[in-house]
Design a protein around this ligand. Structure first.
Ligand SMILES: [Zn+2]
Ligand SMILES: [Zn+2]
Length: 220
């Protein structure tokens, strides 16, 4: 598997290229302001991008969708519950003082059936809480449980997604993390939307927000 990550100012949001080394088929995840670097990685590896997959529709994760779609001619996927955010990306930008271009229409709403590229499958898990339509994209060989989790802003190394933006909900987020993500196995590698990679096992054991939540759960 080929995996490339890029991030640029001001959001340092991770954009990803994941490709099958054998077939050179690929996906792009969350094209944002780093889209030119992402397209550079696509060219360097000479891979064919089949799908543009969004973990959620906050502006930092979608600001490069138009450029990606024009360059790659691949369909754009989003969870239906984040469509209002996506359609108001210009207003989202204004809220934070950034000028964001309106983005092209979503082509496919995730229906939770796997998405394929080369020898790989992407399994989609709905993980709301940071926003209504957040998803975890679980990537692995077609016949295996994927061990690469692209979690957007649901879970970070030592942190959790903010829940103070419209549609955010702390209780829902913690259920997504401890119920959905943790079920995918301690050895699964977590690729968050910002910052460094981690693993489910490490976050389960040492993430202070998770530990506090689980301790509270056990007490009640
Ligand atoms: Zn976000
Ligand atoms: Zn983000």
């Amino acid at each position: 598997m080929i995996l490339e990550v890029r991030a640029v100012a001001p959001f340092y949001k991770n954009g990803f290229v994941v490709a099958c080394s054998r077939t050179k088929e690929a996906i792009v995840i969350d094209p944002g302001d780093e889209i030119d670097e992402i397209l550079g990685a696509v060219r360097d590896h000479d891979v064919q991008v089949q799908h543009i997959l969004l973990t959620h529709a906050h502006l930092d994760h979608v600001s490069g969708v138009d450029t990606a779609k024009a360059a790659l001619d691949a369909p754009v996927y989003l969870h239906r519950d984040d469509l209002p955010l996506y359609e108001h990306v210009v207003e989202q930008g204004a809220m934070f003082g950034f000028k964001v271009r309106p983005q092209p229409p979503v082509d496919v709403f995730y229906d939770m059936t796997p998405i394929y590229f080369g020898d790989y499958a992407v399994r989609v898990h709905h993980t709301p809480g940071h926003c209504p339509g957040g998803v975890c994209l679980q990537v692995g060989k077609k016949d295996e449980d994927g061990k690469h989790l692209f979690v957007g802003d649901t879970l970070f190394a030592g942190g959790i997604g903010r829940t103070d933006l419209p549609g955010g909900n702390y209780g829902v987020l913690m259920k997504s993390i401890t119920g959905v993500l943790f079920a995918l196995g301690d050895d699964a590698v977590v690729h968050p939307g910002h910052g460094a990679d981690t693993t489910i096992g490490r976050e389960r054991a040492s993430n202070p927000f998770v530990v506090e939540y689980l301790t509270g759960q056990n007490r009640s």
